[in-house]
Design a protein around this ligand. Sequence first.
Ligand SMILES: *Cc1c(COP(=O)(O)O)cnc(C)c1O
Length: 484
Amino acid sequence: MTEQETLERIRELEATSRRLEPPRAARDRVDAAVIEYGEGFVDRLPGLKTYEIDRTGVQRLRAAPLSEEPAEIDELLALLESALVEPGLNPAAPGHLAYIPGGGIYYSALGDYLAAVTNRYAGVRFAGPGAVEMEDLLLDWMAGLVGYPEGAGGNLASGGSIANLIGIVTARDARGLRARDYHRAVVYLTGQAHHCIEKALRVAGLGEAVQRKVPMDERYRMVPAELERLIHEDRDAGLIPWLVIAAAGTTDVGAIDPLQEIGWIARDHELWYHIDAAYGGFFALVDECRPRLAGMELSDSIVVDPHKGLFLPYGTGAVVVKDRGALRRAHAYQAAYLQDAEAGGAAGESPAELSPELTKHFRGLRAWLPLKMHGLTPFRACLEEKLLLARYFHEHVQRLGFEVGPEPELSVATYRWVPKTGDANAFNAALIDAIHRDGRVFISSTQLDGVFWLRFAALTFRTHLDTVDLLLEILEEKVGELLS
Ligand SMILES: *Cc1c(COP(=O)(O)O)cnc(C)c1O
């Protein structure tokens, strides 16, 4: 190409690439359509199903493949409605009472909007000092909630699974485990530990480590005396007791392990103490709940999940480590091409030195904006409400004739119908199937010692008394239908 031809080609390409920066009027039109759709979705929520078995709408995505041609926003929103919003589970709905529910508070969506529009770099302090400071401010607040002293550090990750992985990698390096030790290193946890822990151990290269399942009491909580006994046995057998993982709120039944006793044992035996509080951690915002979470401050690292307990949309988990240095030593790096950032002299570590990620979503804003806009009071109220709703449900479902598990420690309750004749497990499987077909609410189930239990889990911020009453009504109706 001659220089002239090159310039012509550049101008031609510029004209086309400038389409990626639509003018204000075009943006206004799209903004209005998207906001109208989003606002309409929120308004329609009370009437939307929580679960839709029919998934045929999903196929429309493939029927409209990516192409060179631009599409119209209205057409795309219609596609989203049928392919995305209608089929499957609607976790934004008040009737989401399964697993550990999420929610998605509205101002968080606006935080994501601002984070994406400004596209601040949240991985390195030199580049995004405000974004990193915001992340630190949130993590310091969480560290305070846990009861950690000065010197703690953490990371906003994509969710609890990655946050647990970061904790485990930190524990591995802090205790100086070498590959040749892995098969002798012992992790203590219960059979109720979240499956992401086992996955994280494997991903961290510790698949060969010994996973010692500590016996539980009748409420599925770790028995500290058994933990201590196993540590002694393992040490006598030449193994390396390394890590104990307790749960502050198990997924299945919402049990809180005896955090304090486990902490003392971990300290006496120099084990790293990690708490998975992905579900239960933010209940520390409720005064009444704090005594049940006492002992969190004894841990070396802890995971909380803002997309559960702070009702954020999916995509934010957090790990906090008591010794910030341990977190940094496990994740620090050097790269020649980042020398300017180092010379930039911004004080304090960057998230990139405290986690596996370099470039990352600016996760702070989606948490900070709603926390600032609402203040903490309604968050505390919403969490306490969920605790009381679980107790209310536990009481009222018994009045309907259901058998129940223990009084809920947090906002999860277990229950099942025991028919006079026939197999109870099969009956409850049929019952949950009928509820899923109905779709007004969505519940999940689990197996405990071979018994099929239905679960009630309240953590969607939109779940209030009317939803719980609706579930009770539906349960009564469906049991009646199945019995007749
Ligand atoms: C949800 C949950 C996890 C996993 O967190 P994700 O955010 O889903 O990755 C881990 N542990 C417990 C106790 C949980 O409730």
